[in-house]
Design a protein around this ligand. Structure first.
Ligand code: BES
Ligand code: MN
Ligand code: ZN
Length: 501
């Protein structure tokens, strides 16, 4: 899909379709009013007849509108003007794009980016429009033997800005949006692959092929023998039950000689059966998504490299498959982590923290400015926060604030949970330094407490994406690509400030 921005009069656009907004109740937006004027009131006549109320997401496709140079005019309901906020705006864009795609316009000029969205400027509207458009048209059909094809698919869309003055900002926003959208797509594609395709070695090969695309991106792959030599006993314990060999993937993006690196650690469990503490059968297929943290690291690093941000960003991905078997780690087993701390594995299904703890210790060697881990870590997070925000826990307040605000701007929000000492005693063990589960209460926080035992030497934040990384259901099932927008926005912000937080 090709995206462009431009400014110009709607009636002068020579295009297959111009897209304009109508507010509820039956009120033309500024651009729609202009078209109404040049067509001698055709639009207002249609609204008077009652064909479109203007409710958010309604659409009406018109032909033969006089005074314009377009083949069609698509009216899109925008809801009440004063209520037009972030979610409504994205929904309107998605609806418009879908309709264009299904009604034969192969290119279009969309004026919905000129609508007033509460508290948002032109650059934001362009950013969100492109990201929403790209994700509205996303499909994952590479494993179907025959792909469904749209007869006249939407190929190119031009988003309009009201004045020429805004063009430069809009172009920058468009550039960033396309790179973020590509990062989201990469994360979705990896995550949607089933675990018989997407194995730890497959992810390692993906890392290599990503590196071949960028000069300042390189990677290291540690195999089982390397990991044994290092002493990654916790990670290796999880891998033991599977025939699939684990891989420890390190991506290094270097584009700044003066800054300490920002490290992203992504949970890469390519399938989580639970191990000996086997999960129930219902919805177990969704545990192919237990590598969404890893996928988001791939997507973010790819976006950062495409944007050529003046930063150093390291991606660390411990990749394993969690399976039962005669070789598998068993409840009660005690292992020694890379940090030297011993862990009593009381439940083999709490495997994410076991692979992350060794990756977090490994991150120390980079003398990081900050470390952020991203993981589908706990079902409890879905219970606590639902499917809207990521759970955020951190040992460093400025980092919390930076991530929260990057989330608000990008529309990929996080919500903080308390990482208080009070919870730490829940993961005490009588036999080892730490237990890998902390009982029923506050499961998301005790999982983060576990990780916090391995992140004492640097500023760290943990994103629990168990509720946000994919959506369930028969038809709408699929990876969301989150939190690529949040992370990339955070990194964009970090590349323009000099503060180190
Ligand atoms: N990958 C799961 C968490 C998960 C479950 C994410 C469902 C999204 C949906 C994780 O490895 C896990 O199994 N966690 C356990 C922890 C428990 C054993 C302390 C959980 O949440 O039940
Ligand atoms: Mn598990
Ligand atoms: Zn898991």
């Amino acid at each position: 899909m090709e995206f462009n921005v431009k400014s110009g009069h709607p009636e002068k656009q020579r295009t297959a379709c111009i897209v304009v907004g109508v507010y509820e109740p039956r009120r033309l937006s500024d651009v729609a009013r202009r078209i109404d004027e040049v067509s001698n009131g055709q639009l207002s006549a249609i609204l008077r007849r009652g064909d479109l109320e203007g409710k958010a997401g309604q659409t009406l496709l018109l032909h033969n509108i006089e005074g314009t140079m377009a083949d069609r005019v698509l009216l899109v309901g925008c809801g009440r003007e004063r209520e037009l906020g972030d979610n409504q705006y994205r929904q309107i864009i998605r609806q418009a794009i879908q309709t264009l795609h299904e009604t034969g316009s192969m290119e279009a000029v969309c004026h919905l980016t000129e609508l007033n969205v509460r508290g948002r400027d032109t650059a934001w509207r362009i950013r969100q429009a492109i990201e929403a458009a790209q994700s509205a048209l996303y499909t994952f059909d590479q494993l179907k033997s025959q792909q469904e094809t749209t007869r006249r698919p939407l190929r190119k869309i031009v988003f309009s800005v009201a004045s020429r003055r805004e063009l430069q900002l809009a172009e920058q926003a468009s550039f960033e949006a396309q790179k973020i959208a590509d990062g989201v797509k990469l994360a979705k594609d990896l995550a949607n692959l089933p675990s018989n395709h997407c194995t730890p070695t497959f992810l390692a090969d993906k890392a290599k092929s990503l590196c071949s695309l960028h000069d300042n991106l390189s990677c290291k792959i540690l195999t089982e023998t390397h990991m044994q030599k290092q002493g990654m006993g916790a990670l290796l314990a999880v891998a033991k039950g599977s025939k699939q060999k684990p891989r420890f993937i390190v991506l290094e993006y270097k584009n700044n000689k003066n800054k300490d690196p920002i490290v992203l650690v992504g949970k890469g469990v390519t399938f989580d059966s639970g191990g000996i503490s086997l999960k129930p059968a219902k919805d177990m297929d969704e545990m192919k998504y237990d590598m969404c943290g890893a996928a988001s690291v791939f997507g973010t690093i790819s976006a950062v490299a495409e944007l050529q941000l003046p930063l150093n960003v390291i991606g660390i991905i411990p990749a394993v498959e969690n399976m039962p078997g005669s070789q598998a780690v068993k409840p009660g087993d005690i292992v020694t982590s890379l940090s030297g701390q011993t862990i009593e594995i009381l439940n083999t299904d709490a495997e994410g923290r076991l692979i992350l703890c060794d990756a977090l210790t490994y991150a120390e060697s980079y003398k990081p400015d900050v470390v952020i881990d991203i993981a589908t870590l706990t079902g409890a997070c879905v219970v606590a926060l639902g499917k809207h925000p990521h759970g955020l826990m951190s040992n460093h307040n400025p980092l919390t604030n930076d991530l929260l605000s990057a989330g608000k701007f990008s529309g990929d929000r996080a919500w903080e949970l308390p990482l208080w000492d009070d919870y730490q005693c829940q993961i005490d063990s009588p036999f080892a330094d730490i237990a890998n589960i902390g009982g029923r209460d506050a499961g998301t926080i005790t999982a983060a407490c576990f990780l916090s035992r391995f992140t004492r030497k640097y500023n760290w934040a943990h994103l629990d994406i168990a509720g946000t990384a994919w959506t369930s259901g028969k038809k709408d099932k699929g990876a969301t690509g989150r939190p690529v927008p949040l992370l990339t926005q955070y990194l964009i912000n970090r590349s323009s400030d000099d503060s180190s937080s």
